[in-house]
Design a protein around this ligand. Structure first.
Ligand code: VGL
Ligand code: ZN
Length: 201
């Protein structure tokens, strides 16, 4: 069976010193580089959170405080600090991440009015990013997922991969959680396991 590695949002704003720093984020980079270089993946995909400056997931664009939740296009939207603005340093991939020449990049979160945690589609499940078509076109049956953050973009990418009929694995050592709530890493792992995602350690 053909397999792909999906590297979710390893961007400066989610790493040390970034606007939306994920604790321990930088520690996963050597692990991911090792996966990329030691395995024979048929495809390697990087997702990139890529927001316009006026994106509605930013607290600053809604007169809200970071950590509040609003309803945006009928779905709850957590209010984030400004992050991963298109063309800024924060939106670039971390310089230590090894990016193979054949890697395919999927940008998401470009629509001002709706967020996109999943690499496959927006949070409304209205608009697909092209990732599913890309993987199906290349006959991929199994995906291994790593990156940031476990409790948001990695989680939703995993759940969509299951919905879209991929055998889906997440690497425990290749991801870190934002942990907005103290238990969110643990709860996410339970939820992924319940939905058929294999957790590789
Ligand atoms: C993410 C919050 C907002 C993520 C992206 O990559 O997990 N989290 N935008
Ligand atoms: Zn974002």
């Amino acid at each position: 069976m053909k397999k792909a590695l999906i590297i979710v949002d390893v961007q400066n704003d989610f790493c040390k010193g970034g606007a939306l720093e994920v604790p321990g984020a930088n520690e996963i980079i050597p692990y991911i580089n090792h996966l990329t270089q030691e395995n024979d993946y048929d495809q390697i995909v990087l997702t990139q959170d890529w927001h316009p400056a006026n994106h509605k997931s930013f607290a600053s664009n809604n007169n809200k405080k970071v950590g509040e939740t609003i309803i945006l296009n009928e779905v709850p939207q957590f209010m984030w600090p400004d992050h991963c603005v298109q063309g800024t340093f924060g939106a670039e991939f971390h310089k230590d991440l090894f990016i193979p020449e054949k890697a395919h990049i999927i940008q998401k979160g470009k629509n001002t009015d709706i967020d996109s945690y999943s690499g496959f589609q927006d949070n409304n499940h209205f608009v697909k990013t092209g990732l599913d078509d890309f993987l199906k076109y290349h006959d991929i049956g199994l995906v291994e997922i790593v990156g940031l953050a476990l409790d948001y973009c990695v989680k939703h990418t995993c759940l969509d991969a299951i919905r879209m009929d991929y055998i889906t694995c997440v690497h425990f050592n290749g991801t870190r959680a934002v942990n907005v709530n103290p238990d969110s890493a643990k709860n996410t792992l339970y939820q992924l396991a319940e939905n058929g995602v294999s957790i590789l350690a």
